[in-house]
Design a protein around this ligand. Structure first.
Ligand SMILES: [Zn+2]
Length: 584
């Protein structure tokens, strides 16, 4: 079958313009059809309305005569039946540097499939080819070289890809015969690409071991652009963003390696072990996605365990990474209101639309879902210290619902996950998982930590009374990001968006708060002066008792069996008696 082709013209890149000439072959136009611009991109569940940046769309027949394109929807046009091929000229404005959006300027071009290449509906299932004439420094998450063609099996494959054009530094590493590339497309020479590729190789080895040697990609590419962090998985790679000097700072580097591990694990979980609702989904409207607590949550658990198994994280990194999950869910009052299942269903309207009320209104299927995975893993390992733990459940799901391309066309459901838990563990484990995702309750890992030689330890005295605020810096005073539902400040009527200027007439900054609260003591009433828009207001706050300060730690009393279970779980030797300090 003749392919649908797209020729990309970057001549006006200084003006942030991308011209795309799309050609639909003549054997696909006889009945007319529908030109559809995606409203969202796979992997990021929010309506982005990419059409916002489309500023010209013109269709012509083979003689160059204009054809009527009638807009019938926000992101769709109808084309009448035509004899012969149709060319459609599109002009995009591209000035939004992220991992899910297009950005072109004098230096480079990042083009995301969904944001650049509309579908012609009767031709969606034929091959789609992309050329970028006149340039040769192209990196694509599709087979091809130079200026192209880059070949996608169908339109879904094309929107699951990205292109980076411009100067970049590349390092490659071989993982079980599959080339893995890291492409740094950001500015500056500060990033050690070779070291990053070596780390990616170790992370990939750990992931391949998790899936019993399966590595289902012909070539894996990380396109890394400048930004503040974040990533988007694709079928054969990912786009990630991080600051140019991220690998020079231990805490940033830890997060960066976690991010690479996360996106790489999506090669299996999500991209090939696919939630049923996300198998060939419509891209012009949202789809209900009930199992993101597995797709993203379990991936977020393993993006902490796999770096340890790969040896790119030490024990301290692992503990800090896992503890952040526990602490975040603890500090989310919305976890008492919203179940994980509902958090997943409402991703489109809540997770990607964060505001000051988000922690109060619901829970986060990433961190909370990861904590569920941690509890399930600990339960499995406690019941069978020599068993595979949650790895066995992921492998079971992979073998039944992901390894075989036919199975991928069906995907997996939540019931399939529960059935896998029952097979690898027992019915009680499946019931516990169902309860954890169906009701607004938190996982409880504390009593299970001993199974892998860990414990919760007091981390210094708990002597700072609770105000119940999430705060940030402000030019004067303290910015209130969120007043946590049920907390002292919330009960007194403080709200997210307020600026805290003074307590009992004393001005203060965010750094001064702990010392100030410690001096006043639990149960004390303080008068807060707040700026709310143009108004000054006062609220009387009764301080709550301090929260116990707990930290995930290696159990000094762990015996040999628990120490062995620790190593089976995370691949690192149990570090007793020398427990290193966290890197940050
Ligand atoms: Zn993810």
């Amino acid at each position: 079958m003749e392919p649908v082709t797209y020729a990309v013209d970057l001549d006006a890149r200084e003006q942030h313009l991308v011209a795309v000439r799309m050609t639909v072959p003549g054997d696909a136009t006889g009945d007319g059809g529908r030109l559809v611009v995606a409203t969202w991109t796979p992997g990021s569940y929010v309506v982005r309305d990419y059409v916002h940046h489309l500023q010209r769309v013109v269709a012509r027949d083979a003689d160059g005569d204009p054809l009527p394109l009638v807009q019938t929807d926000v992101s769709a046009w109808e084309l009448p039946p035509v004899v012969g091929p149709v060319t459609i000229d599109l002009e995009w404005y591209a000035h939004d540097l992220g991992v899910r959006t297009n950005h072109v300027d004098d230096r480079h071009a990042l083009l995301v499939g969904a944001a650049t290449f509309p579908a012609f509906e009767p031709a969606r299932h034929r091959p789609h080819h992309v050329t970028i004439p006149g340039v040769d420094d192209v990196v694509a998450l599709l087979p091809g070289a130079g200026s192209g063609p880059y070949v996608a099996d169908d339109h879904a494959h094309l929107v699951d890809a990205a292109f980076e054009v411009g100067p970049h530094r590349t390092a490659t590493v071989d993982v079980r015969g599959v080339e893995h590339r890291v492409v740094w497309a950001g500015h500056g020479a500060g990033l050690d690409v070779d070291r990053l590729a070596a780390d990616l190789g170790r992370l990939a080895e750990a992931a391949v071991d998790l899936f019993d040697g399966d590595l289902p990609t012909p070539r894996y590419t990380v396109i890394a652009v400048e930004g503040q962090g974040g990533g988007l998985e694709h079928r054969d790679g990912c786009v990630v963003s991080f600051p140019p000097h991220a690998d020079g700072d231990p805490a940033r580097r830890r997060r960066l390696l976690g991010l690479l591990s996360h996106e790489h694990l999506h090669l299996w979980n999500v991209r090939r072990l696919i939630p049923a609702a996300l198998v060939d989904p419509p891209l012009d409207r949202p789809v209900l996605t009930p199992s993101l607590w597995v797709a993203e949550g379990w991936t977020s658990y393993y993006d902490r365990v796999l770096p340890a198994r790969a040896g790119v994280w030490g024990v301290a990194d692992l503990l800090v990474g896992l503890d952040a999950l526990r602490d975040a869910v603890d500090r989310t009052p919305g976890a008492d209101l919203q179940s994980l299942r509902d958090a997943s269903r409402t991703a489109w309207t809540k997770h990607y639309r964060r505001d000051e009320n988000t922690p109060n209104a619901g829970t986060d299927y990433y961190g909370h879902g990861a904590l569920v995975a941690f509890e399930l893993d600990l339960r499995l390992r406690a019941a069978d210290p020599e068993g595979p733990g949650l790895d066995g459940v992921l492998r079971d799901l992979w073998v039944r619902h992901g390894r075989d391309p036919d199975a991928r066309r069906v995907g997996f459901t939540e019931d399939d996950v529960l059935a896998a838990l029952a097979r690898v563990g027992d019915d009680d484990l499946a019931r516990r998982c169902d309860e954890l995702v169906d009701r607004p309750i938190r996982p409880d890992v504390a009593p299970l930590l001993g199974a892998v030689g860990l414990t919760l330890q007091e981390d210094g005295p708990a002597d700072v009374p609770e105000l119940g605020l999430v705060v940030g810096p402000a030019e004067t005073g303290v910015a209130v990001r969120t007043a946590l539902r049920g907390g002292a400040a919330w009960r007194a009527g403080v709200s997210g968006g307020d600026r805290l200027l003074a307590l009992d007439g004393e001005t203060l900054g965010a750094d001064d708060l702990p010392a100030y609260l410690r001096a006043r003591g639990s149960g004390a009433t303080v008068t807060a002066t707040l700026a709310r828009g143009a108004r000054l207001i006062e609220r009387r706050i009764v301080l709550d008792p301090p929260r116990p300060r707990l930290r995930l730690a290696v159990d000094p009393a762990a015996g040999d069996a628990a120490a062995l279970a620790f190593t089976r779980w995370c691949g690192l030797p149990h570090p007793l008696p020398d427990v290193p300090a966290p890197t940050a």
